[in-house]
Design a protein around this ligand. Structure first.
Ligand code: PLP
Length: 451
């Protein structure tokens, strides 16, 4: 923690309301002011260094000092710092990035729309799907299926898709028609003695019953993260995505993969849907798209969705949606360079190799008395701490112990996050074997000290 006498800390305490922060606790604790970054490390205003094992917010693929991204931004700033894409305007960086994304995307995703954040991207998806169904003359087909513990953002609409109580309670959400299905996390929601495959089958049956109960003619789309991230790092049970994809096809429901965390190598494959063998109609990306050096998100979608919107704009009106900064030239130039570096350095391959080392190292923690479950894929992992290992009993209140571990992390020089009592790791894709080993050693000390 930065000392409270530091004048910058005083100014923060005097003025700021921090996102996702207990404001009164912040007044007592003070801010941790991060001053600079170097590779996978960041340094605070007191000169202490930390391994950033969360890539900031699951996003800084290239680490915190990639010169080429700085140069790409500077060059674009000097040439054309801003232009928009409304009413037939275009500029080279957003065209080139769109082309690159389509080249990288799973088959059939041939169209792109840019926004500034994952939340705006999911709002845009909702509006595209609604617009499309109005254009197709089926105005009742508007509901979304999502999952509890899913995370899709915090705006009024994307926050409605999110399935976490904190994002709904006291914000009067959901505010759009959404049905949340059971979270596909076997450890927490599987029945006693139920295999992963049987658990997946039960959830697929639940989804089908829900579709029939609600009426398929009212269900527009199913949205899910291939591997659930912010809700607690939860890979799907075997067979889950096959079943969900088949249901979507059967009932003419669009399948939306929210790859804001999964996308661009996090799981050791370019996209999460490739890891689990399904092809969505719409795929949402952000975060690692620019390594978060600048805000940017991209929605990839099929020709079927594009045509329904394009063919009908003359009958129901222009697609009246877009942001001042949609496809911002500096952000898209940085995105293009970022994706070039990921390819040149084979960082998706590195994520697979380092991910294996990380997951193997974490598996040792399974025997720790405080650890209920260790889970993950590639360079994303969760370690769930429990009060009673045999009974899987959570701590009461949930999150108190996880928050303690998060704080001890700072003392141990490791930045992690806690989703309740699950400790999350999501290091930059550039991590080396030495970095992974240091993360494992520090995490083990944190858990030992938390106990
Ligand atoms: N979707 C997913 C899967 C996310 O993890 C997030 C953010 O963590 C979002 C959407 C929202 O993105 P943003 O914070 O850029 O609005």
């Amino acid at each position: 923690m930065t000392t409270r006498s530091n004048s910058l800390a005083q100014a923060d305490l005097a003025t700021a309301l921090h996102p996702y922060t207990d404001a009164r606790a912040h007044e007592q604790r003070g801010p941790l002011i991060i001053e600079r970054g170097e590779g996978v490390r960041v340094f605070d205003s007191e000169g202490r260094d930390y391994i950033e094992a969360m890539s900031g917010l699951w996003s800084v693929a290239l680490g915190f000092s990639e010169e080429r991204l700085v140069k790409a931004a500077t060059a674009q700033m000097e040439k054309l710092p801003y232009y928009h894409s409304f009413t037939h305007k275009a500029h080279e960086p957003s065209i080139r990035l769109g082309e690159k994304l389509v080249e990288m995307a799973p088959e059939g995703l041939t169209r792109v729309f840019f926004t500034n954040s994952g939340s705006e991207a999911n709002d845009t998806v909702i509006k595209m799907v609604w617009f499309m169904n109005n254009a197709l003359g089926r105005p009742k087909k508007k509901k979304f299926l999502a999952r509890t513990k899913g995370y899709h953002g915090i705006t009024i609409a994307s926050g409605s898709l999110t399935g976490l109580p904190n994002n709904h309670r006291d914000f009067d959400l959901p505010a759009i028609p959404v049905v949340h299905l059971t979270c596909p996390h076997h450890y927490r929601f599987g029945h006693e003695g139920e295999s992963e495959q049987d658990f997946a089958k039960r959830l697929i049956a639940e989804a089908e019953e829900t579709i029939l109960r609600e009426d398929p003619d009212t269900i527009a789309a199913f949205i899910g993260e291939p591997l659930m991230g912010a809700g607690g790092v939860m890979p799907p049970p075997e067979g889950y995505w096959d079943g969900i994809a088949a249901l979507c096809k059967k009932y003419d429901i669009l399948l939306v993969a929210d790859e804001v965390i999964n996308g661009f190598g996090r799981l050791g494959t370019t996209f999460g849907c490739q890891k689990y063998g399904f092809t969505p109609d719409i795929l949402v990306t952000s975060k690692q798209l620019t390594s978060s050096y600048l805000p940017l998100a991209a929605i990839l979608f099929s020709e079927k969705v594009y045509d329904a919107i394009a063919d009908n704009t003359h009958t129901i009106g222009t697609f009246g949606h877009g942001y001042t900064a949609t496809g911002h030239p500096v952000a898209t130039a940085v995105g293009l360079e970022n994706l070039a570096i990921i390819e040149e350095r084979d960082l998706v391959g590195n994520a697979a190799r380092m991910g294996e080392r990380l997951q193997e190292g974490l598996a040792i923690l399974k025997d720790h008395p405080l650890v209920g479950e260790v889970r993950g894929e590639g360079l994303i992992a969760g370690v769930e701490l429990v009060a009673d290992k045999a009974k899987k009993t959570p701590f009461d209140p949930i999150g108190k112990v996880g928050t303690r571990a998060f704080e001890i992390g700072h003392e141990e020089g490791l930045i992690i996050r806690n989703a309740g009592d699950t400790l999350a790791l999501c290091p930059p894709l550039i991590v080396t074997e030495e970095d992974v080993d240091a993360i494992l050693a520090r995490l083990t000390r944190i858990i030992d000290r938390t106990w």
